[in-house]
Every structure is written in structure tokens, then in C-alpha cells.
Design a protein around this ligand. Sequence first.
Ligand code: HEC
Length: 138
Amino acid sequence: MLGPGAAMAQQEIAVKQDNLMRAQAKSLYTVMLKMTKGEIPYDQAAIDAALAQLEQSVPTIPTVFATNPKEHVVNATYGSSQKVWQNKADFDSKVPPVIKAIADVKGKIKDVASLKVAYDRINGACNECHETYRLKLK
Ligand code: HEC
């Protein structure tokens, strides 16, 4: 039996994992994707900062997802599939391609056209993991 303290800790783990994904989404979607669509003006400094954030954040996925929280974030739209912890080595293997995608586009984004290429490249690598390991909850 898990006491309420354990339940709290599990929710904290789930929130920490979700916050990591949300921070990455901020860089990739709120900054880069919106610029590709012209929803916000092209801003080289913001792109460079977004890439730096991703470069720092993505390699931490395997450790941040080291523990199965066994519950989803309250009211979340997305959650982790149990497959993450059943196939942790395969889950972890989805991370280096994202790191490589970021490295490959770094220094090559100069305008909206090259930003689109970079966005697709990185987003494709993110989705390689989401396809198998992310659950849509609502
Ligand atoms: C190794 C696997 C993996 C990789 C790589 C990965 N994700 Fe995720 N992502 C997940 C899992 C599992 C979830 C569901 C659990 C959660 O939300 O924490 C998720 C959830 C999300 C969510 C939904 C958050 C919410 O609850 O609204 C977003 C947005 C997201 N990821 C963005 C990204 C972006 C952007 C990248 C690439 C830069 C990325 N992810 C790379 C595994 C991954």
C-alpha cells in the first residue's frame, strides 16, 4: 500500500516529466513553429535561444524519465505509455536522433525557409518517440 506521501511524490515525478516536455514545446512550437507560419516575426536571437534550450534539455530526457510515476499529471492531455518503462532502452534510443537533428540544423537557420527545414527535421525526431510512447488522454 502506498500512503498519501508516496502518491504525492508520484504526481511530482509526473509533473517534472511533463514540464520538461512543455519546455521543449515552448522552444519548438511557441517560437520556431509560429515563426515558420508568420504568426510572430522572424527573430534570429529567439531561434538561437530556442535551439540552445533544446540542446540543453533534450539530453536530460532519459534521466528525467528514469522513474515510472504510475500516474498521469492531473487533467493532462498527454501521458506516458507504460511501454516507456517496459522498453526503457528503446525509449532512450529515441533521444540521440533528436540531439543529432538539433546539431545538424545549428548554424544553418538564416531565414523562414531554412527555419521550416530545421523545424521539420527536429519535430520529426520528437515524433519518432511520441508515436510509440506518448498517450493521448483526451
Ligand atoms: C524519448 C521520447 C521522447 C522524445 C525524444 C520527445 N518526447 Fe515529448 N513526450 C514524451 C512522452 C512519453 C510524453 C508524454 C508524457 C508527458 O507529457 O510528460 C511526451 C509529451 C510531450 C508533450 C505533451 C505535453 C503535455 O502534456 O501537454 C509535448 C508538447 C512534447 N512531448 C514535446 C516534445 C518535443 C517538442 C520534443 C522534441 C524536441 C519531444 N517532445 C521529444 C516522450 C518524448
